[in-house]
Design a protein around this ligand. Structure first.
Ligand code: CUA
Length: 173
């Protein structure tokens, strides 16, 4: 939906620019006194510039308020389950590994040693969410499980000879 809106908006602006170009090409054969045109359009350019900068500032403030974009807006009385998730050479230390369908989960992901990757997979090994597991830093992954099943967490970043054994399972009932 968002992509369709962005695509249509882009097309409209491309069309507008094409119309302006066409208009300039058609009018370019006319000879006219330059100074008057210059004065008029320099003034227009200033107005246009200020408007554009003002719009950009408003739009930036409006959209940046939503950061981080994947954070769900929790309603009153809703308590997400916070899951301390620590990666290490070579395994995972996860303090909750059983969840129920519809539970809002926050994986607080960090690392005990080097940088790892946190990848959450469903039963068909589709990647659902991912982030980096970094020492001395916590990244948050927000996820609400919609289906029961056995999910997998794999390391997504080469972290040493045991990288490939860094997989574990979590269960959703
Ligand atoms: Cu940890 Cu790869």
């Amino acid at each position: 939906m968002m992509q369709t809106i962005a695509w249509i908006t882009t097309l409209i602006f491309i069309l507008l620019i094409a119309i302006v170009f066409g208009w300039v090409v058609i009018r370019s054969k006319e000879k006219r006194e330059y100074t008057a045109i210059m004065t008029k359009w320099y003034k227009t350019r200033k107005v246009y510039g200020i408007t554009l900068v003002a719009l950009l500032i408003i739009f930036s403030i409006y959209t940046l308020r939503e950061l981080p974009y994947n954070a769900p807006a929790y309603g009153k009385g809703e308590n997400p389950t916070i899951v301390q998730t620590e990666a290490m050479q070579f395994g995972w230390n996860i303090d909750v590994t059983e969840f129920s369908v519809g539970e809002q989960v926050e994986f607080h992901v960090t690392s005990a040693d080097v940088t790892h990757g946190f990848g959450l997979y469903d039963e068909d090994m589709n990647l659902l969410e991912q982030t980096q597991a970094m020492p001395e830093y916590t990244n948050i992954v927000y996820y609400t499980f919609e289906e029961p099943g056995t999910y997998k967490i794999l390391c997504l970043e080469y972290c040493g000879v045991g990288h490939h054994v860094m997989d574990t399972e979590i269960v959703v009932n």
